[in-house]
Design a protein around this ligand. Structure first.
Ligand code: CDP
Length: 795
């Protein structure tokens, strides 16, 4: 009913509502060292758990001897799969209906897999104890490459599964194969490119951990854990352990970055809970860095072949893609969609393409399981990379400017809502506007001339300009398309206004640093005319918050943000009846004024009342026939996803002697619909671009042929530092989502999704006059130098 705040008009009621740059409420505790992370939690008699991990990638466990550890003073217990079997906890379900060992029962399937656990009175003893556990392994041949894993000769990894005769997991296809083939057969031009989206790890600064505390007096299990989805985790915990759900409390306190890594349930959480249950003492488990990178959910690892069919003047008619996905030792991709490859089928991107077809094969390998949505919406990152690279390859082939070829193919702004060839309903967009703005901000023509000048002068440093005009799909999701363990993907908000006029908002999503305590309070401030300082936001405790499905895939604003606005409007409706009572007018004559935030009698603006006065009325003078109090709850099942978009332009210098790449200019224009807090959005964009640069230039989880993780710590898995990150020029356009109550779309992941193809396009662009059509990520200097050398460009 309510049109919600209008784009760009809503800034400046001065109460900290939509569009205002409210300082982050949570920063006071963070910058004064008062954050409360899992490892800050200390309980009386708390024990510590250390996991014994396999040094081999593929091996049979013949014997585990924990006696030397057990003999140590202060070691309380050594747990193996046998102990867990007694409690039916030796295995746990993954989010993709596979079954993963909590502690290895018979066979190790990846290096660093959990084999045993040592519980001791302090962390150091637990660690020393873990080193004393002797495991007798029969080492087997591993296979780490997905293509090799599908060979008939490859060792069978999942031999415990009935009917599993090879390492193949599933095949999936999308789109219309025949129609796409017909378009390709008739096309003037076709292009094809192979590209690998390497295995990444979200690598949050805080690793995963838990403090489990079984209370035998209350028969209740409380687990403080690094969770991006506390409610869903409570349901799963209850299902796995048999403890009734109301007797399980999951608390996700401050979380030091999630990025998808804290969506799955890991063996360490289960072991800590099982140990606490058995020993009747609290048990803490916190991973080290290398354990986090080597055993918890990785991201990407897609080997893709993409093709485009187009007319000779560059109108794209068809797109095809074939993917080989490495899923690791278990099918444990953390994605709630009903599609095996998540939202990968959005690979038509920002373009109006008649025909599309995609096929994908997933394989088991002797590597850690995963496939989490690392700052992305379930494989949209891979899809965006694919299409944005292919469009550039086509532009090269036809010798059309990459900006121009995008313009020729964009879904026109008047075509929304738009249904893509793979069945997605895009809500709104104006892609050309965002691109035009980015081109202007980047001084595009100038750099094109400069690029030419350098080629002509045989300069030592080549210039490359890369564009990415991406479309995202965020806000999982309509319950029909997305669920976790059968629970449909809605989200929730509960607002309680206190008698003194301030309010508590409880939400079903859980922040990991995105600033929800500020932005969600801003939504309430906007919708109720309250001051943002008078609203506190609580989240992450399943005992007190309404049920929600968690924060990942930029779904918080699209889903819980919508729930918050709807709940606030319900409060506003009730407030009207109280206002009518207080102002002695009929309820239908009461109007709410967004600008002043006050309720007044129609035609008599001086007869007005604030929400604070109404709150007092709700408890002290409530109208007859009405319940006292002022509160409302909403569970919101979104009708559709939201489709944020943007255009990024990257200018790089490529050193022909060293292969080093320097960023000359980095422009990011984003459109996330109506904006709640521009400053927080800016922060989200900066952080996401840093992760995009990391993807394109630095990061990769690598393995040797024996399955040893050679990229499993921060010496080898290269995180960016301030040295590698350039200044960003950010800009925005505003195209509200028509179906979202406040017109907002998500934004947090856009920069990580959108920037890698812009960066690769830029580096390739520096060399394509010499025939280079692709460079694989991460584009470390040696990789770039090899490409220069192959093209005869190296100095
Ligand atoms: O789900 P997650 O919080 O990671 O992602 P998001 O919904 O994209 O939001 C990231 C942060 O940006 C949150 O604090 C949002 O409230 C804020 N945001 C905003 O201020 N305006 C928008 N239109 C979208 C997000």
């Amino acid at each position: 009913e309510d049109d919600g705040p209008q784009p760009e008009k809503h800034c400046g009621h001065g109460r900290g509502g939509m569009g205002e740059e409210v300082s982050r409420k949570e920063d006071k505790r963070f910058i004064t060292g008062r954050g409360n992370y899992v490892d800050d939690i200390k309980k009386p008699d708390m024990l510590h758990c250390e996991i014994v991990r396999s040094p081999h990638a593929h091996a049979r466990v013949k014997d585990i001897d924990g006696s030397r550890a057990e003999a140590m003073d202060d070691v309380v217990a050594v747990l193996t799969a046998e102990d867990l079997l007694e409690h039916d906890l030796a295995t746990m379900p993954t989010l993709m209906d596979d079954t993963q060992d909590v502690l290895v029962n018979e066979k190790v399937k990846f290096q660093s897999q959990e084999v045993a656990a040592v519980i001791a009175t302090d962390r150091y003893t637990a660690k020393d104890g873990a080193e004393k556990v002797e495991v007798d392994y029969e080492v087997l041949d591993p296979v780490v490459d997905a293509q090799d894993a599908l060979d008939a000769e490859a060792p069978l990894i999942r031999d415990e599964l009935d009917d599993q005769e090879d390492n193949h997991i599933f095949d999936w296809e999308t789109g219309d194969k025949d129609a796409t083939e017909a378009v390709f057969d008739a096309a003037d031009v076709t292009i094809e490119e192979d590209m690998n989206y390497q295995r990444l790890h979200p690598a949050p600064i805080e690793t995963c951990g838990a403090v489990a505390d079984w209370d035998p007096g209350m028969d209740k299990m409380t687990v403080h854990m690094t969770s991006q989805a506390p409610h869903a985790h409570r349901t799963l915990f209850s299902q796995v352990s048999g403890i009734p759900e109301h007797k399980v409390r999951i608390v996700s306190p401050d979380v030091g970055g999630g990025f998808g890594n804290k969506v799955p349930i890991y063996p360490g959480y289960v072991v800590a809970a099982a140990a606490s249950f058995v020993l009747e003492q609290p048990v803490k488990w916190v991973e080290e860095r290398s354990e986090n990178i080597q055993s918890t959910g990785f991201a990407r690892d897609y080997d893709m072949t993409g093709e485009l069919a187009a007319t000779e003047d560059g109108v794209i008619e068809g797109v095809k893609v074939d993917v080989l996905a490495n899923h690791g030792a278990y099918n444990a991709a953390a994605q709630p969609t009903k599609f095996p490859a998540g939202f990968f089928n959005i690979f038509t991107g920002s373009y109006d393409i008649e025909a599309a077809y995609g096929s994908l094969t997933a394989a088991f390998t002797n590597t850690a399981p995963g496939g989490v949505a690392y700052r992305c919406s379930f494989r949209v990152t891979e899809a965006v990379y694919l299409i944005e690279r292919l469009v550039n390859v086509l532009a090269d082939e036809l010798d059309v400017d990459p900006a121009e070829i995008r313009r020729r193919n964009f879904i026109p702004s008047d075509a929304f809502p738009y249904e893509s060839a793979t069945g997605w309903n895009y809500d709104s967009g104006d892609y050309e506007k965002a691109l035009d703005k980015a081109l202007e901000m980047a001084d595009y023509e100038h750099y094109r001339e400069e690029q030419q000048r350098r080629i002509e002068n045989d300069a030592d440093k080549l210039l490359g300009i890369g564009i990415s005009s991406f479309t995202e799909i965020v806000g999982a999701g309509p319950g029909e398309q997305c669920d976790i363990a059968g629970i449909e993907m809605f989200d929730s908000a509960d607002i309680r206004v206190n008698p003194t006029g301030n309010a508590v908002l409880r939400i079903g999503v859980q922040t990991q640093g995105q600033g929800h305590e500020t932005t969600f309070a801003q939504i309430v401030a906007e919708e109720l005319g309250m001051d943002v300082d008078n609203i506190s936001v609580e989240h992450g405790d399943t005992d007190t918050e309404p049920y929600g499905l968690g924060t990942y895939g930029s779904r918080s604003t699209p889903v819980a943000g919508a729930a918050t606005a709807v709940a606030a409007r319900k409060v506003r409706d009730k407030a009207k009846s109280i206002a009518a009572n207080e102002l002695e007018a009929a309820e239908e004559d009461i109007e709410w004024d967004r600008e002043s935030g006050e309720f007044h009698v129609a035609g008599a603006p001086d007869r007005s009342i604030t929400i604070t006065e109404i709150a007092a009325g709700a408890y002290m003078n409530h109208p007859g026939g009405e319940e006292p109090g002022l509160e409302a709850t909403n569970y919101y099942d979104p009708p559709e996803m939201t489709y944020p978009f943007g255009s990024y332009i990257v200018v790089v210098e490529v050193d022909r002697e060293t292969g080093e790449v320097d960023f000359e200019k980095f422009v990011a224009v984003d459109d996330c619909g109506n904006r709640i807090n521009p400053m927080i959005i800016e922060g989200q964009i900066h952080g996401g671009l840093a992760q995009g640069i990391a993807t394109a230039m630095l990061e990769e989880v690598t393995y040797d042929d024996n399955g040893n993780v050679t990229g499993g710590d921060f010496m080898n898995y290269l995180l960016p530092t301030a040295n590698e990150i350039p200044n960003f020029d950010t800009g925005h356009t505003v195209t509200p989502s028509p179906h979202h109550p406040i017109g907002a779309k998500g934004v947090g992941e856009s920069p990580t999704v959108g920037s890698p193809p812009a960066i690769v396009n830029a580096v390739v662009d520096a060399m394509n006059h010499a025939g280079v059509s692709h460079v694989e990520m991460p584009m470390t200097p040696d990789v770039v130098w090899a490409a220069l050398d192959d093209a005869g460009l190296a100095h």
